[in-house]
Design a protein around this ligand. Structure first.
Ligand code: SF4
Length: 324
């Protein structure tokens, strides 16, 4: 048995340091915060721009849709079916949108996620982390990773295509720049409240710019906004169940999927054979050697059934992730 196989056969399940999972920060959303968001929406609609909303059904976009409703406008709503959704998502989206009397349009990439990944790389680590990893490892590991292109191919392009089909020139999104984390803070500076997206020739408005997690939670609670059904089974985020963006953290989506929807997890890891890619990233070893070690350990199916935690993270020791 080679050293890598021995490592896989002896590695215990990683014990995540305890943090109170129920502790959710709530903040009362100031009236002027909501007014400012409405002002951004009104500015985005001038002069005579037709708007639509990019809606995911997650917390931010649920708050966004409610704020838009308060602004008294009824734009078309676009939801992108990523083909990686929890069950009942579509019904949930339809109920919310029709509840506001708005029209729902479903966009979908003409590529399946697997076709997208085969073409541009697997969505693992994060946008910046994947870029840095590729700069160091291009052509050396037997696979590519690329979060940005996956998002663009699966979500952004279908949504923008639908935006144009509907004759809209501005897309309202739930993107937030906030003090909560560095990446969001940078987006705030980079994009602002309203900007022209040159690549797609479209205006993008971000009325929730500056809102914090606590304010989003507080608003949801105060106005009793509906919860996505996947939360019941323990999902931390909504949409793209196979996303490995953040898989180096303790709140990796792979671990969450294993606990919340084991059948989908198994399909991803074993049937689609993505498990070896996760191990190659984690152990920093070429995919070819990983596949040999898996074979020696009894096969991918055996490992997934008997040592499933091996596929939880793309780091040996995951970084402590934020509570969501
Ligand atoms: S969230 Fe992840 S899986 Fe979904 S489109 Fe973006 S990169 Fe791909």
């Amino acid at each position: 048995m080679n050293d890598l196989t021995k490592l896989m056969m002896s590695e215990p399940e990683y014990e995540i340091p305890y943090r109170d999972p129920e502790k959710k920060e709530l903040a009362d959303v100031r009236k002027d915060r909501i007014e400012k968001s409405i002002k951004i929406i009104e500015t985005a609609l001038k002069p005579n721009r037709k708007a639509c909303v990019a809606f995911s059904g997650g917390n931010d976009s649920s708050v966004l849709l409610d704020v838009i409703h308060k602004a008294g406008i009824k734009p078309d709503v676009i939801w992108v079916d990523t083909q990686m959704e929890y069950p009942k998502t579509e019904k949930h989206i339809e109920n919310i949108v029709s509840g506001y009397g708005m029209n729902l349009h479903i966009a979908k990439s003409n590529r399946t996620p697997r076709e997208q990944w085969a073409s541009t790389g697997f969505p693992m680590l994060g946008k910046m982390a994947a870029r840095i990893w590729m700069q160091k490892n291009r052509g050396k590991m037997g696979f590519c990773i690329n979060v940005s292109e996956c998002c663009r191919g699966i979500k952004i392009i279908p949504a923008r295509f639908m935006t144009k089909r509907l004759g809209c020139s501005v897309q309202i999104t739930g993107q937030r720049g906030s003090a909560d984390d560095r990446v969001r803070g940078m987006r705030n500076v980079k994009d602002g409240n309203l900007y022209f997206q040159v690549k797609d020739k479209i205006w993008v408005a971000n009325p929730l710019n500056g809102w914090t997690d606590a304010e989003i939670n507080g608003y949801k609670e105060k106005y009793n906004l509906p919860e996505h059904p996947a939360r019941e089974r323990g999902a931390k985020t909504i949409g793209c169940i196979y996303c490995g963006g953040g898989s180096q953290y303790t709140n990796s989506g792979y671990r969450v999927l294993r606990k919340t929807w084991p059948e989908a997890w198994y399909k991803f890891m074993v049937t689609w054979e993505i498990g070896p890619v996760i191990l190659a990233l984690k152990y920093k070893i070429h995919l070819h050697h990983i596949n040999n070690a898996i074979k020696e350990a009894g096969g991918l199916k055996y490992l997934a059934e008997n040592r499933p935690w091996l596929f939880d993270f793309t780091r040996m020791k995951p970084i402590l992730g934020y509570n969501k």
